[in-house]
Design a protein. Structure first.
Length: 589
């Protein structure tokens, strides 16, 4: 099948995607989240884009790709921006960062005069912060002084003084610390605009590819220090990167907000993690943290602050709280299910009246790890697997020969194998002779033995009958275990709430990985409940969105705090029927 090249403007991001795919799908594959609350049904008309030189907009969800295109995406069609604006209308959210500045044109003579001057001009009490960065020599500045303040309740606390008028220089960074990846954004705290974004792999991976591995490595003081230091180093590198791109100094950044699962939170603050790996999996701290960033090793302004949102429990962290904040679960009238699929799967179910959560040890298989030819989403990775009457159709990142398969392609591949009958509901391979009468010769030729086990060839080496990417029986078992963890968690939360999956009105699929999977494939393998696809909404890096909201609007921090306290944590592995539900969930529908 022919592939078409799509370029999205103004970013200039491009992708080669198979004919017949929608522009909504293509945008998602390059990480651009479009506003589509109707789930791509063409009803809400909020995913409007301009194609080529056309003056009339088209709906991305209803526009199929059959040729190379340039597509302009207007700001109002972008989900993340629109989501924030919607919350702004509902919560009267404006840009109101906690850090602010006040210019004092006539330099006061003493520190006491500074505070009095500020109190008078702000019409509120101004006091010294307990960790104030104080330099009395600045009091003699002939060009006036700028006070850097942090608003605590109704009071202003003075963090430091700067020479001259620096009121127009106020930056912040927010970061989502994932087990696998780090995503950091530089913001203008005066306008709320995202200026730069940088991301990388979490360097802690060398010490373990999941939280259990990190906890094990962090049991000693030396191991804990290694995990902490490598994370701090990488965060500082990302800060330096966004500052270099923007042409600013890192000391012009006055606050960082950070979210992550509870283990990542502990490793950021260098808190003990031993207890997280032992029943009853208690956290050292689930409280929000507000500390001097310099003392934490973060290279921003010496008086800058590091703020981390509350956690919920030992295995449900502030990233889940931030995602729930971004999805608006605190105001949800209908039953909503938030699913964040990663190395650990986090779930939140309910309405504004009651919310329950759980963590599922999915493992890294759905992100391509522990799969023989698995990888992250990189050039040469299969990201889509489709079929026609005769053979497979592959979408490969970078439009080069396939070398590996990433998570979205893995879910597609297993769904396709189920549809074709290559594997049965128990995950076992069907006999080749039985399949010969049901599928084409091209499909049956893909069933081989590889390293002593049944396997299915997804891609062949060019001009060769030698396979380049295969899925083995062991790979299928890894997928079954991973999807069973998520499925069992959902089923047990529904039971706790006395609900059925049919009562789920909105399913929010969060996380970078979740944005790339096909709804039909996820439902087909039993990863997601069997509900109408229109009820499933991709919300991208919702944890990062919540961190962003908490940075630009101090009221969002209170909302996040309230959410963290209200969300009831369920330890599903200790539920009486967990083993039975998990065993049932291993089977494919």
């Amino acid at each position: 099948m022919k592939h078409c090249n799509i370029t999205f403007l103004p970013e200039g991001k491009g992708i080669a995607i198979h004919q017949g795919a929608s522009l909504l799908e293509a945008a998602g594959q390059v990480g651009i989240i479009l506003n589509s609350p109707c789930g791509g049904q063409g009803i809400c008309r909020k995913c409007r884009v301009l194609i080529g030189t056309a003056k009339e907009p088209a709906l991305a969800c209803q526009t199929k790709v059959f040729e190379d295109l340039e597509v302009w995406i207007p700001p109002e069609s972008r989900f993340i921006r629109q989501q924030i604006l919607e919350h702004g209308i509902r919560r009267e959210m404006t840009v109101s960062a906690r850090i602010c500045k006040k210019f004092l044109p006539s330099p006061p003579a003493t520190p006491e005069d500074v505070l009095q001057n500020l109190s008078d001009s702000l019409a509120a009490q101004a006091t010294l912060h307990s960790e104030v960065f104080w330099d009395e020599s600045r009091l003699a500045s002939p060009g006036g002084l700028t006070a850097v303040l942090v608003l605590t309740g109704n009071n202003y606390e003075l963090l430091c003084l700067e020479s001259g008028d620096t009121q127009n220089i106020l930056y912040g960074v927010c970061v989502d610390i994932g087990t696998t990846t780090l995503v950091l954004q530089l913001l203008d705290l005066l306008s709320g605009k995202i200026l730069q974004t940088a991301s990388s792999a979490n360097p802690q991976i060398r010490y373990g590819d999941d939280v259990i591995g990190r906890i094990h490595h962090g049991q000693t003081k030396e191991g804990l220090g290694q995990l902490h230091q490598c994370l701090i180093r990488r965060l500082n590198e990302l800060i330096a990167e966004v500052c270099r791109k923007q042409g600013i100094d890192s000391e012009q950044i006055y606050e960082m907000t950070a979210v992550g699962n509870t283990t990542m939170h502990h490793l950021l603050h260098e808190y003990p993690v031993v207890q997280l790996g032992q029943i009853p999996y208690n956290a050292y701290s689930i409280a929000a943290e507000d500390r001097n960033a310099k003392k934490a090793g973060i290279r921003i302004h010496p008086a800058g602050r590091l703020y981390t949102l509350e956690n919920i429990a030992g295995f449900v962290g502030s990233d889940t709280v931030a995602a729930a904040l971004a999805a608006g679960l605190d105001t949800a009238e209908q039953v909503c299910l938030l699913v964040d699929i990663g190395t650990n799967g986090e779930l939140v179910l309910g309405t504004k009246d009651r919310l329950v959560s759980a963590s599922c040890a999915a493992g890294p298989a759905l992100e391509g790890a522990r799969i023989l030819f698995g990888s992250r989403a990189e050039d040469g990775a299969i990201q889509r697997v489709l079929t026609n009457d005769q053979d497979l159709i592959l979408d490969v990142i970078g439009s080069i020969p396939a070398k590996t398969i990433c998570g979205s392609g893995l879910i597609d591949a297993v769904a396709t194998m189920l549809d074709l009958g290559v594997i049965g509901s128990n995950g076992g391979f069907s006999e080749k002779k039985i399949l010969e009468s049901r599928v084409s010769q091209s499909i049956t030729e893909r069933i081989i033995e590889y390293r002593g086990q049944p396997a299915f060839v997804l891609a062949w080496k060019e001009s060769s009958s030698e396979p380049s990417v295969v899925l083995t029986q062991k790979d299928i078992r890894e997928v079954q275990l991973a999807k069973a963890a998520i499925s069992a968690g959902i089923r047990l939360l529904l039971k706790t709430m006395g609900l059925t999956e049919k009562q789920i009105e909105r399913l929010y699929l969060a996380g970078a990985f979740g944005n790339y999977i096909q709804k039909r494939s996820a439902i087909r393998i039993g990863l997601l409940p069997n509900i109408p696809e229109g009820k499933i909404h991709f919300i991208g890096n919702a944890a990062g969105s919540g961190a962003y909201m908490s940075l630009i609007n101090r009221q969002c921090r209170q909302t996040a705090s309230d959410l963290a306290r209200r969300i009831q944590y369920i330890e599903i592995a200790r539920e009486r029927d967990f083993q039975d539900v998990f065993a049932e969930s291993i089977l494919f529908p």
